[in-house]
Ligand binder design. Sequence first.
Ligand SMILES: [Zn+2]
Length: 194
Amino acid sequence: MNFCPRCGTALTLRMDGGRHRPMCPAEGCGYTYYGDASIGTGAVVMRGDEILLIERRAPNRVWWQIPGGFVEVDEPIHTAIEREVMEETGIEARALDVVGFRHAAGVPDRPIANIYVVFRLEAIGGAPRPDNEESFSVEFVHRDQIAQREGLSSMSLWAIETALGAPHQAGMSIEEPREGLQRPGQTIFRLPPL
Ligand SMILES: [Zn+2]
């Protein structure tokens, strides 16, 4: 990045937090470039003893995974996961709690850092249908049949086993809005109270 995205001034390298970082020298701006990151989210959607799986296709590969996708920059993450489930599967689902997350630091062939947050959701309506862009089959699969599913991604299997192995609402869920706690756009996730 060479120019400030806020004011257009050419960035200069300055020492900040132990590293040289591109910073905006314009008076009163102070923009600092900390690198690129993306946020993804995945959904373990449960309907009784069944879990929602989708078939994905790439030119040389077909595989199964849980639904999910990237979180838009101006979108709350729990809204994003419910949206992705609807888009990819036709199923209306409600986010319950966070099962876990994967952090990926940037590496040479994938320089963008990423966090992938896995939610547990309950299906509340709709009928399974693929979008034929990102999903090519959509199925509710009984929990006893999940491990045998050919081509299921290892991350999705991890997410499902973790979700099935944890008590109801044991994960983090959304903190109630409280005066002065959440700024606009912020959602706080918290452990369940004792
Ligand atoms: Zn600037």
